[in-house]
Unconditional design. Structure first.
Lengths: 294, 294
């Protein structure tokens, strides 16, 4: 790793040692020789497990203490806790520490960081690894979670170049492919391909769960339903935060999606067999083409 | 098998030797000793493959000829071709033949059968095996496709009891669990747990595929999107037919679902974090409870 990056982290602080934070820790441990990893988590049992499993070298209960002396700080807490963490760590950050995150939205994250980090903002590298599973917690963490996955960095305006290069090299050392784009583009893209499907899935399960005959309905739900609603098994807290953080994009996307439902209703009402088949066929061809090329 | 049912089929005609028709043939061949299976399919290549693979004993190109002398006829064609098949076979059906189907909707099927089958209608057993995959054709057929799956029968008003009992025994011999319910109840249930999710999935893929930046969007689509849209890889023809056949239920269900999207939009607009989390949590608990118990 040392021949890949100018400065591999020697003391890495992970705030939020869950699936993503824990996996980054494991991957970095494999990629570097002597990194000391400090973990901090609001869940004491999860934090103890992280220590016990060797995901982290030391466990610290206060984020402010955890970042002391760290040259890299990865914030991997739910998006809604991001501001609170920033408030806690800003006073004790070293003057050269890189701060980075892994949140599924970037606009709200960058706004918070700009407001709170002060002079450290220029060393903030917003990031988003496109990886994960519905399950959370350090026990689900894996060193290969990011292998062959995409990581998107959305460098801040006026930020230093070196922190961004270092984060790129670190993620590449985790096996990921790194791309850069603007904050707005990131939130627009992921609003459609990630945030919207999650909300649609939650909405369908809610729809069924709130019926008198929910048990019967679930009983007859087969593999298609299972696949469609798998992502409604995700963390409500995390998706609440993402929904609110990317609200503007989501309101537009929900409205746009609703138009397609209106179109389907219209085709059904008119009994327009040709129009309906064309609609479905276009979708099927696109889906198959995407599945083959990904 | 002979000790399970009074009269195992000796000559079984399968009209539409695809995934479902082919799998029923394979399962019945395992469950009975001497059944002769005649296959009929509009796709000559598929029909030849069915013969070549030993799924059927003989291949016949005309449905009318295929059912000649058959004591059981399974119609496994797309729902939209059902009427045409009935028109073809009614004149040559034997006076004791059981006719059954495997369509995903039952109301339209029963109406067609009642109008066309004449005196044979009382030997018609509407059926729906809850099994399958996105792929079709006899090469995907498996003898164990229905093992531990549900099959729903919706016996017709005034129908003979024996054909229904025989179909039950046959499906049980295929390893399935058989339930009976009314046509209306079937279409209401499957409208929600099967037909609606398919349309919602198609609509999302259509939404993305019709954008200028579709390629970029698909590139960043991860496993959640893949799961959600897997069922949009299904046959557009089949789903066009199902959509139209179960139109009344689907129009209601789409309208109901749209209300939940409106509710989500309202929660986002109001930035109602508590309300949003409650919504998502209710869905997540229901989904997990269902997944564990199924």
């Amino acid at each position: 790793m040392s021949d890949l990056i100018q400065k591999p982290p020697q003391r890495l602080a992970i705030i939020g040692v869950g699936l993503i934070g824990g996996s980054f820790a494991l991957a970095m441990r494999e990629a570097t020789r002597d990194v000391h990893i400090v973990g901090c988590d609001r869940d004491e049992i999860n934090l103890a497990a992280a220590r016990h499993l060797g995901v982290i070298n030391s466990a610290v209960h206060e984020a402010a203490a955890a970042v002391h002396g760290a040259d890299m700080v990865l914030i991997a807490v739910p998006v809604g806790q991001f501001e609170s963490v920033l408030q806690q760590i800003t006073p004790t950050l070293s003057s050269t520490a890189i701060i980075t995150d892994v949140g599924s939205t970037k606009g709200s994250i960058v706004r918070s960081a700009q407001a709170i980090l002060g002079s450290a903002f220029k060393r903030f590298v917003p990031g988003h690894p496109i990886a994960g599973a519905e399950y959370s917690g350090v026990r689900a963490a894996r060193a290969d979670l990011f292998r062959n996955r995409s990581v998107v960095l959305t460098p801040v305006e006026g930020g230093d170049k070196l922190p961004c290069e270092i984060m790129r090299k670190c993620w590449e050392a985790c096996g990921a492919q790194v791309e850069e784009m603007s904050v707005l583009r990131h939130d627009a893209i992921f609003g459609v391909v990630s945030h919207l499907p999650h909300l649609l899935s939650f909405a369908l399960v809610y729809d069924i769960a709130t019926r008198v005959d929910a048990d019967t309905l679930f009983r007859f739900a087969a593999s298609g339903f299972r696949a469609f609603t798998r992502i409604a098994g995700s963390s409500p807290e995390m998706w609440r935060d993402i929904g609110l953080a990317n609200r503007d994009v989501l309101l537009l996307e929900i409205a746009r999606y609703r138009e397609h439902l209106d179109r389907l209703s219209e085709l059904l009402t008119q009994q327009n067999a040709t129009g309906l088949e064309e609609f479905l066929r276009l979708a099927r061809e696109a889906r198959r083409s995407w599945a083959e090329n990904s």
